[in-house]
Ligand binder design. Structure first.
Ligand code: ADP
Length: 257
């Protein structure tokens, strides 16, 4: 297994008490697969992404990537969040170049711009490379944010509800973009989402977490390969059945184990 999350527990401590957020949580992800994580609000999903990215260390258990324990932030991970947080004083292309300035200082400016432009082209925003964030729509900003998270060619992309604030049509457009990016850039993806259609459309497997302290309630292979790039297949009988199954599992996940 490429990403191995082994029996981790994590807590936040303040002066008076500890808040146990994740408890004995284990699952693994094969290389180049797409896994979605769903679960009740506050069950520790974002915390889990920070642990995988090495931004925090679990107090119990371990996380291995290619067999190596994650003890610190890694260059081989890209992240994008619900709020794209673009820098207004930089153009779209310069926002995308930012990670390269940190992790690839040996690249020339021309090489960085070429790489960022290649991604902008893939997400359909080549003509907006010189736009400032305030000149872009919410969906466009999120496209730029996706480009920024992939510009340094990470092996793993972690997405924390990246499309949660977008309207339904914009969101579906971004699903297609993400699918295209996954094909051309080839990364292993972990997506936190509340949207089961999104999870089914994009992922190979859906991991369902329980209420806090979050642990794995169920891991469901979607067995549902959407080959075409059309979201119409999400309205098929097979997809509806899968959605109903996942909804039921999530309902059950609210019952304490
Ligand atoms: P989710 O992403 O599933 O909504 P989070 O991982 O964001 O859950 O948060 C899980 C719990 O941990 C929440 O109760 C939240 O308030 C708490 N929490 C998150 N980050 C911190 C922090 N840095 N310090 C203290 N408590 C935190």
């Amino acid at each position: 297994m490429y990403i191995n999350i082994k029996d981790i527990s994590h807590k936040y401590s303040n002066e008076d008490e500890d808040l146990l957020v994740l408890k004995d949580l284990s699952f693994s992800v094969e290389k180049d697969k797409f896994v979605s994580i769903v679960g009740p609000s506050g069950c520790g999903k974002s915390t889990l992404t920070k642990l995988i990215a090495g931004l925090s260390i679990p107090y119990k258990g371990k996380i291995l990537i290619s067999g190596t324990p994650v003890n610190s932030p890694r260059k081989s991970i890209g992240m994008a969040f619900q709020n794209p947080v673009l820098l207004e004083w930089r153009t779209a292309v310069d926002n995308i170049c930012l990670p390269l300035e940190i992790v690839s200082p040996q690249m020339t400016r021309k090489q960085k711009i070429e790489r960022a432009t290649e991604l902008l082209e893939m997400v359909g925003l080549k003509d907006f490379s010189q736009s400032r964030p305030s000149q872009l729509s919410g969906g466009m900003k999120q496209r730029v944010s996706l480009c920024r998270s992939l510009v340094h060619r990470p092996e793993i992309l972690i997405l924390d509800e990246p499309f949660g604030a977008l309207d339904a049509f914009t969101r579906e457009g971004l699903w297609r973009t993400l699918k295209d990016l996954k094909t051309s850039e080839n990364f292993t993806c972990i997506l936190i989402t509340h949207d089961l259609r999104e999870a089914i459309y994009l992922s190979d497997e859906v991991v369902i977490l329980t209420d806090r302290p979050g642990t794995v309630k169920e891991s469901v292979k979607t067995n549902f390969q959407i080959n075409s790039n059309s979201v119409d297949e999400l309205y098929s009988k097979e997809a509806t059945k899968m959605l109903a199954f996942l909804r039921k599992q999530i309902e059950l996940s609210h019952t304490k184990l």
